[in-house]
Design a protein around this ligand. Structure first.
Ligand code: BGP
Length: 471
């Protein structure tokens, strides 16, 4: 049995718009997340949940927050840079110096505490100005803006940042864009969704190539949300549907940067549906050169599907609850798995299987950049948070790590969601994930005081024992 390597990157994760707040401070422009208003997401009226304007106020508490991470013994911290702090509309020619400085200070503080920064370039917070110009469907504008932004980050933070992630959950942006403040309304937008998919791929390829000329030692990879897809039964039709779903949900987002091309089944799917995706041979050539160094992936649960039927009776929820694709697959419940109070299936063995499947297909180093349990935590009168349910969830997943490594998967880190409490993408601040409790409610900002949860002390022990003490 192989042990977890000594330099394994134990840490945790956040994203800028969910944790920082200070939404219009120091020259920051509005992102699509800042202007969300009205409507329903995941069955909730977003008027009933907080917006992202103050979030966990990390922008004003970052030093204290890094100190808490250091106290837990973090070896890494996965966070994202807020695009509109650097380029308020996306189209400026010079970056906003105050935004640049904020991340220099944060990164320096992490390095001082021996915490490796794992930086996501773009996590769901497209500049709203770009969105108004067509967003990712405006190929020329969006690609140019992203590459300029990424290049600015590489030049600024080179040598300090060794691990870059291009885009968080590109697959969720394409499939569940309507939940993420984009104009897109998921795969049912068909051609438009896949054009956006291709445009984002070009942007990532160009950024990967730019990094090679700016910082030869830095590593870069995508950060998709990967869930291995199971067939509901052993019926060959269901197995075929699972194969389709694995491809459409997971692999097409990594293939171009490893295999250098799009999968034939995807190309056939476009053809059968008369999707005319604008792509040139020069663009496709980019994928022959723009290779990734590692795969960062977010894992919350597996997914189960069956052969598609005409009525597609599965009701689509949020990003983790499955979806249907006409002619390809239809989501199904997995009766073998328990669910969280937010309806997400819990599948630690699926974590091992997903890691194995990624290894089989790509044979690249892998790092976990999200995994975790959203729950309604309670702060007791004596300032405690007894989140044994979170410990239980994390323990079951961490228990898989030695097996995953023993399977031959090159897993080099585990960064669950989230380092501290932050605002959930869909369910406000009431759905908490952090090791640290942030004292605010949905609409009452209270004092933003930080409290260590039971999971904080537990995770500290997990890290100091390099994953051997999980009690
Ligand atoms: C992932 C996103 C994160 C985070 C997480 C939890 O899809 O990358 O940004 O939001 O899911 O999801 P939620 O906030 O909906 O509970």
């Amino acid at each position: 049995m192989k042990n977890i390597p000594k330099d394994f990157l134990w840490g945790a994760s956040t994203s800028a718009y969910q944790v920082e707040g200070a939404w219009d401070a120091d020259g920051k422009g509005p992102s699509v997340q800042d202007v969300k208003s009205g409507g329903f997401i995941a069955g909730l009226n977003i008027k009933d949940i907080t917006d992202f304007k103050v979030a966990a106020d990390h922008y004003n508490h970052w030093k204290e927050d890094v100190a808490l991470m250091a106290e837990m013994g973090f070896k890494s911290y996965r966070f994202s840079i807020n695009w509109t702090r650097i380029y308020p509309t996306g189209v400026e020619t010079t970056p906003n110096e105050k935004g640049i400085k904020f991340y220099h200070d944060l990164i320096d503080e992490l390095i001082k505490n021996k915490i490796e920064p794992l930086v996501t370039i773009h996590h769901f917070d497209l500049p709203n100005y770009l969105e108004e110009q067509g967003g990712w469907n405006n190929k020329e504008l969006a690609v140019e803006a992203y590459v300029k932004y990424a290049t600015t980050l590489f030049n600024e933070y080179k040598t300090k940042v060794k691990y870059w992630q291009t885009i968080n959950e590109q697959n969720m942006v394409i499939m569940f864009g309507h939940l993420l403040g984009k104009r897109m309304t998921g795969v049912d937008k068909g051609e438009e969704s896949y054009q956006m998919f291709h445009n984002m791929n070009i942007a990532q390829a160009k950024a990967i190539l730019a990094l090679r000329t700016i910082d030869k030692d830095a590593k870069i990879g995508p950060a998709p949300n990967i869930s291995l897809v199971y067939p509901e039964t052993s019926k060959p039709e269901d197995v075929l549907a699972a194969h389709n779903a694995n491809l459409i949900r997971n692999w097409i987002y990594i293939d171009p940067f490893v295999k250098g091309e799009y999968d034939q089944i995807l190309l056939n799917f476009w053809k059968e549906n008369n999707y005319n995706i604008q792509m040139t041979s020069e663009e496709m050539d980019l994928f022959k050169k723009a290779k990734i160094d590692f795969i960062a992936f977010n894992y919350y649960s597996s997914m189960t599907v069956k052969a598609p039927t005409k009525d597609q009776d599965f009701v689509v929820g949020d990003q983790q609850m499955g979806f249907n694709l006409e002619g390809m697959f239809q989501s199904a419940k997995n009766s073998n798995l328990e669910k969280t109070e937010y309806g997400w299936e819990v599948d630690p063995i699926g974590f091992r299987l997903t890691a194995r499947a990624l290894h089989d297909r790509y044979n690249l180093p892998i790092v976990i950049t999200e995994n975790g349990l959203g729950a309604k935590d309670v702060l007791t009168d004596d300032g405690k948070i007894h989140d044994d349910y979170r410990i239980d969830y994390l323990r079951k997943h961490i228990e898989q790590i030695p097996d995953i490594i023993n399977d031959g998967v090159k897993l080099f880190g585990y960064n669950p969601w989230s380092a501290i409490d932050l605002v959930s993408t869909h369910q406000g601040i009431s759905k908490r994930y952090g090791f640290v409790y942030v004292n605010r409610d949905e609409f009452d900002l209270k004092d933003m005081k930080r409290y260590r949860k039971d999971s904080f002390y537990w995770y500290k022990k997990v890290i100091s024992s390099n994953g051997t003490d999980l009690d």
